[in-house]
Design a protein around this ligand. Sequence first.
Ligand code: 13P
Ligand code: SF4
Length: 395
Amino acid sequence: MNSAQALDVTPTPLALLLLGRGSDPASERGVDCPGDLPAPSDPDLVERARAAKAALGDRLFVLGHHYQRDEVIQFADVTGDSFKLARDAAARPQAEYIVFCGVHFMAESADILTTEAQRVVLPDLAAGCSMADMATAEQVAEAWDVLTDAGVAGRTVPVTYMNSSADIKAFTGRNGGTVCTSSNARRALEWAFEQAGEDGKVLFLPDQHLGRNTAVRELGMGLDDCVVYNPHKPGGGLTADQLRRARMILWRGHCSVHGRFSLDSVDEVRARVPGVNVLVHPECRHEVVAAADHVGSTEHIIATLDAAPAGSKWAVGTELNLVRRLAARYADQGKEIVFLDRTVCFCSTMNRIDLPHLVWSLESLAAGKVVNRIQVDPVTAHDAALALDRMLALP
Ligand code: 13P
Ligand code: SF4
């Protein structure tokens, strides 16, 4: 792989739906909010959310991803990264309603992992994920045909990042693969290579950076063991020979939030904050991860900062809501935590879930009306569950 491929983060051709207006059936993001949202200026929003939550009691379980806004996270019964939240959802069969403060693919996974009787609600249907949208079912089916024609599909195991649609998880399940998250990507890859056998390969979807960073940093592969499959080019832009020689076939997808951090951000913060430790998420580009002092999932980032000594300094490369919260939480303990980049870097779709949407969905549930239900069709859910269960069973 050459360095141009490593930097290949050209934006997806799908335009982000602005402020959740309109609908795009080809995208996992976005339809209009079907209800009357309370005004963001309503001074009673916090009290209304509290009252609706209290009225629902144990029938309700609110999950909050670490990248959610403070105004929302205060109402989460549990917070976590996508792996922890998937497990938490699966471990709560008594809750009638699971309100997922996160993005669409997480709510889909929660629906798949919970019982038939449970209803999963995403407070704003426009909370999607641009990375998940970078791999569609048609594109992945076509890629599998390309691998078949090159004679490698039989020894390739698909591994999809949690950040993918239920369709992609179902494809993965049908083809003997597993889901992974940034917390368990190493174990998932080790498992997949064991299944693939001698001269085996992994097709890693849809985040090229998590795939590359895990293969190179944690499995000791070389950058030239990885190729990037571009779904917008015939044959993925690869020759059959390149596919045969590769060990990791990386889908050309990326996170637009973590993709913003650059080597310049690292150099700049080291100059600005002497003695700083750079701590980044593995969705960052390989050169950023290689220049960082520590790398890990959001749960790992939190645990690292928790264990850090007073007086230590940290520059964190992940979503800004989380970094701000951690900076505030640890300021009293004398830990200095700054954002890795100078420019603001929220995940715009995570930020779609705000207090008005949360209040609207909770009050609707309290009034007996299930809104914004996320429901995966049974066939897709069955196949996707194969891949999710393999992940949950990883050693
Ligand atoms: P984790 O929750 O697996 O750390 O992933 C981060 C992310 O980008 C979620 O969308
Ligand atoms: Fe998707 Fe990146 Fe936002 Fe996570 S942070 S939801 S991967 S766009």
